[in-house]
Design a protein around this ligand. Structure first.
Ligand code: CP
Length: 324
């Protein structure tokens, strides 16, 4: 593996999931693999899970990890080619990234979209410029449009749950991604990425439900059944993934905040006693009710814990490709 930006870098998804579960069973199995290597974790936005799970994963592989909160501690970076830097930006990525590439054996980066200009956000300028100029493998810790470490974790969590309690008929699980209300316009990253990975994994019946005008980019959702009827979607679901996102078409807006879209105990009764997933952080009693989050159906803590094994599998693959 040379980089990890989207599902297209994953190779064999099942093999990566197996590897992650192997690390979960034996975290220090490859303790020597990353000896003498260093990973940089660059954050242009806040994080709890991604930052800490990636550091734990790197440590399990014997690597040193250094976190740099670029947004708070670094020089303001310029990403546009040919920019006349007479404004607020102090250092061009063309100058900063090669320096970072000399300090680290691999770089991981979190950037969020502006949600102001769709074309700019979907061009993935920030992560592309890091990749172009740093000269070492890049891992996305969430970009403007995708969150691949989260999505790999989500597939691992579904697979693990099915291994521990197989479906009665042994068939494909029904996975429902449902939009939920939120107080702020949020990126489409998690929903895009989850759709991209579940479609590529191709081992589930996949349904997406959201209010009108919340369609995601078709590139990611193609292959899923899409409906505006949440109750219909939830019927017989084995897994329900709850997530808010802002509008894609009329970009970055909140059109709808009907609390009826919140996943409650009542709605969960429509499902096949579904396991409930959310990437966290979650707005309690806005996206998901306390009753659901605190019930045995919720697997959000297991899901967040699995972030370590997803990151460890990915870093391990990159180290193996570096070690030849
Ligand atoms: N799910 C997730 O990426 O969490 P953090 O924003 O806390 O890293």
């Amino acid at each position: 593996m040379k980089q990890f930006i989207s599902v297209h870098d994953a190779g064999n998804i099942n093999a990566l999931v197996e590897k992650a579960l192997m690390y979960k069973a034996n975290p220090l199995k490859d303790k020597a693999l990353g000896a003498g290597k260093r990973i940089g974790l660059l954050f242009l936005n806040p994080s709890l899970r991604t930052r800490l799970s990636t550091q734990v994963a790197a440590g399990n592989l014997g690597m040193e990890s250094i976190v740099f909160n670029v947004d708070k501690e670094g020089w303001a970076l310029e990403f546009e080619e040919g920019a006349i830097m007479s404004g607020n930006t102090v250092e061009h990525i063309k100058d900063a990234a090669p320096v970072l590439g000399n300090y680290f054996d691999m770089l991981s980066i979190r950037t969020f979209p502006s949600l102001k200009n769709r074309e700019d956000d979907y061009s993935e300028l920030y992560i592309s410029q890091f990749k172009k100029y740093c000269g070492v493998p890049v891992i996305s810790l969430e970009s403007a449009t995708l969150h691949p470490l989260q999505s790999l974790t989500d597939v691992i969590t579904v697979k693990e749950t099915l291994l521990n309690s197989p479906l009665r008929d042994g068939g494909k699980p029904k996975i429902v991604l449902t939009w939920a209300p939120h107080v702020k316009p949020l990126p489409q990253c998690v929903a895009n990425s989850f759709s991209q990975w579940i479609n590529a994994w191709n081992k589930a019946e996949f349904v997406i439900t959201h209010p009108e005008d919340y369609e995601l980019k078709e590139e990611f959702t193609n292959g899923a059944t899409i409906t505006h009827n949440q109750d219909e979607a939830l019927k017989d679901a084995d897994f329900v993934y709850v997530k808010n996102w802002s509008t894609y078409k009329d970009y970055g807006k909140i059109y709808e905040n009907d609390p009826a879209w919140m996943l409650t105990e009542e709605k969960l009764k429509l499902t096949n006693n579904a396991k409930v997933m959310h990437c966290l952080p979650v707005r309690r009693n806005v996206e998901l009710s306390d009753e659901v989050l605190d019930s045995a159906n919720s697997i959000v803590t297991q899901q967040a814990a699995n972030r370590v094994w997803a990151a460890q599998a990915v870093i391990s693959e990159i180290l193996m490709s570096q070690n030849g």
